[in-house]
Design a protein around this ligand. Structure first.
Ligand code: AMP
Length: 608
């Protein structure tokens, strides 16, 4: 039978596992290591290097060595995450033709999925050498908080590596699978996953082989590398500048050495209380003169430099537990995943928050790959023993008129899932409608992330509100979204599998969001809009009735003439708002109308 491998494609390290004779095992690479650095490099003579070999030459070949590429995958060029990477990475990141970040190594530019595929290929090779068989199928893990574009890009990376990615699963869920595999009884667990680049927290219930994710939360830009960054930027670079008036950040090779030394010191401080950072010849000062860097880092100082990062993770844990709708005391076990959880302060804070000692039995670097392998086995056997019910980490919906976000699938809904909702047209004789698919938690469409767009054409020309359009969202087991829209009368349908909107520039996106006349009206919201319009009509009628009388009184004074002009402006604004469907604009103008009417009534009363 064809085997399915499980791959943990990490920011810092990657790991591959397989189930053998019913037991999941991690496969060692050629050097005997169970994890392989997620590092890719091109050597001076154009050779492709990956893993330990690539990491070892990273100092002498800093500009052609890529690490932490997972932080770039599926992101848009303009995203803040990419900006930070452009500024801090020793390798060159350029804008690609799809508005995606790409990586320049020697004389070639690579897409990010291409770089990831080189790591995946290595994982494939490790498994083929171990089993002596050709491996073509894999389950790959991603952070739970990865959005649709990031999942798609990871799947693409698999395809480029020659792998059929049978399933994408969330890292914390994979860890839970490894934990719960073969265990009896019902348990509720929390998986705290702090890796090199990302943080995830998931709360799950496990009952007779059914793994149900109750809630998940995280931050795709918070991980071990930020801890290293604090040592480098907030301490080593600053101290060096103070002592020598030299900015080490300008020298890419020095920066790479600092990073390596910082990471090493950080890891050592997980067991020692203090450690030496010793970097001779860190920078040349002209001719054969050079400066050296020698410092002692204590665990206390490291904790001071990074405590806010740890506190950020605790805040996110709080949110996840609330979302899960359970109390802290309902959590039976806390599992730590990711290398950064070896740091004592991280463990202490997790213990303090959950009120219990986290489990130490599971190997934080291997547990995710083991879980992926278990999922692979379950898919292969169509097993009834393991059922995975994961959730979507973001709310999904469409933009409706007025620039609002109408949610079809709320955050933390179990996937796979499908939801439909009926919308209607906003203009008379509207024959087409644009559907903007978004994900995020803001009520305003523009504040959420745009996943894609499509246009449904050929609607029957009819008065607004008459044509009904059913929009359906589907999320499959990989967490990948597809959307369709159907004219209920003609049966006309349009569908897309949502992929990254990388073909669009920010300006185009903004423009699309502004052209809101062509969008749909959510039936619920259109009722609210109609109510406001009715109020406007009635108030305007009342004002019109008494205006002639009020005018004669007010016209006599400067103050009165001002009041008349103001009232006319308010009425004009209300009439304009009534032409559109902006709920907020209507509400605001109704408030102003009510004030005007009150003032007018006061004047009439005084007249007797
Ligand atoms: P992962 O992505 O799970 O492989 O986690 C890698 C991250 O864990 C990197 O930032 C490492 O520096 C960090 N890490 C590994 N070992 C330790 C350790 N003993 N103490 C602190 N951090 C560690």
């Amino acid at each position: 039978m064809e085997r399915i491998i499980g791959i943990d494609l990490g920011t810092t390290n990657s790991c591959v596992a397989i189930v053998e004779g019913g037991t999941p095992v991690v496969l060692p690479n050629k050097g005997g290591y169970k994890t392989t650095p997620s590092v890719v490099a091109i050597s001076e003579n154009g050779k492709r290097l990956v893993g330990h070999i690539a990491k070892r030459q990273s100092i002498t070949n800093a500009t052609n060595t890529v690490y932490a590429s997972k932080r770039l995958i599926g992101r848009r060029w303009k995203s803040p995450a990419v900006r930070t990477m452009v500024e801090t990475m020793p390798y060159t990141i350029v804008e690609g033709s799809n508005n995606d970040p790409r990586i320049k190594l020697r004389d070639r530019v690579y897409t990010v999925p291409e770089i990831s595929s080189i790591i995946l290929q290595e994982m494939k090779l490790i498994s083929e050498e171990y089993t002596g068989e050709k491996i073509e199928k894999a389950v790959i893990t991603v952070p739970a908080y990865f959005n649709d574009a990031q999942r798609q890009a990871t799947k693409d990376a698999g395809r480029i590596a020659g792998l059929d990615v049978v399933r994408i699963i969330n890292e914390p869920t994979a860890a839970a699978l490894a934990y719960g595999f073969g265990r009896e009884g019902d348990r509720t667990i929390a998986v705290y996953d702090l890796g090199g680049g990302t943080f995830d927290i998931s709360v799950l219930s496990i009952s007779n082989g059914v793994f149900e994710v109750l809630a998940t939360a995280g931050d795709t830009f918070l991980g071990g590398e930020d801890f290293d960054g604090r040592i480098v930027m907030d301490w080593l670079v600053l101290e060096f500048a103070r002592e020598h008036q030299i900015d080490l950040r300008r020298d890419k090779m020095a920066l790479q050495r600092l990073r390596d030394a910082a990471e090493k010191a950080k890891c050592e401080l997980s067991s020692a209380r203090e450690t030496e950072i010793n970097l001779p010849f860190i920078i040349s000062t002209g001719g054969s003169d050079a400066l050296h860097l020698q410092k002692t880092l204590t665990r206390d100082r490291l904790e001071e430099l990074t405590i806010d990062l740890v506190d950020r993770t605790v805040k996110i844990c709080k949110k996840a537990v609330e979302e899960a709708g359970i109390g802290l005391k309902d959590i039976d076990d806390v599992i730590l995943v990711g290398g950064q959880t070896r740091m004592p302060i991280v463990q202490a804070k997790v213990k303090e928050f959950f009120g219990k000692e986290p489990l130490k039995g599971v190997h934080p670097d291997e547990v995710v790959a083991l879980g992926a392998a278990i999922q692979g086995m379950a898919l292969m056997e169509d097993s009834q023993h393991v059922l995975l019910l994961d959730v979507t980490p973001h709310s999904l919906g469409i933009m409706i008129v007025g620039g609002f976000f109408s949610v079809l699938i709320p955050q933390n809904t179990t996937v796979p899932t499908s939801k439909s909702h009926i919308f209607t047209t906003v203009k008379d004789n509207q024959t087409s409608v644009k559907i903007l698919v978004l994900q995020g938690e803001s009520d305003r469409a523009e504040e959420n992330e745009l996943l894609g767009e499509f246009i449904l054409t050929g609607l029957r020309p009819a008065p607004r509100g008459e044509v009904e359009i059913e929009v359906t969202f589907e999320i499959n087991a990989d967490g990948i979204v597809s959307v369709s829209a159907k004219d209920l009368e003609t049966g006309q349908q349009q569908a897309i599998t949502v992929t990254a909107t990388s073909g669009l520039t920010e300006d185009e996106i903004k423009k699309m969001m502004q052209e809101n006349q062509e969008y749909l009206v959510d039936m619920r919201r259109s009722e609210e809009v109609e109510k406001e319009k009715l109020t406007s009509r009635r108030t305007l009628q009342e004002i019109d009735k008494i205006f002639p009388k009020v005018r004669t009184v007010l016209e006599g004074s400067d103050f009165g003439q001002d009041a008349i002009r103001k009232a006319e402006r308010v009425m004009e604004m209300a009439r304009k708002a009534m032409e559109g469907n902006d709920h907020q604009a209507l509400k605001t103008s109704n408030e102003a109308l009510a004030r005007t009417l009150n003032m007018f009534k006061g004047v009439v009363q005084k007249l007797g």
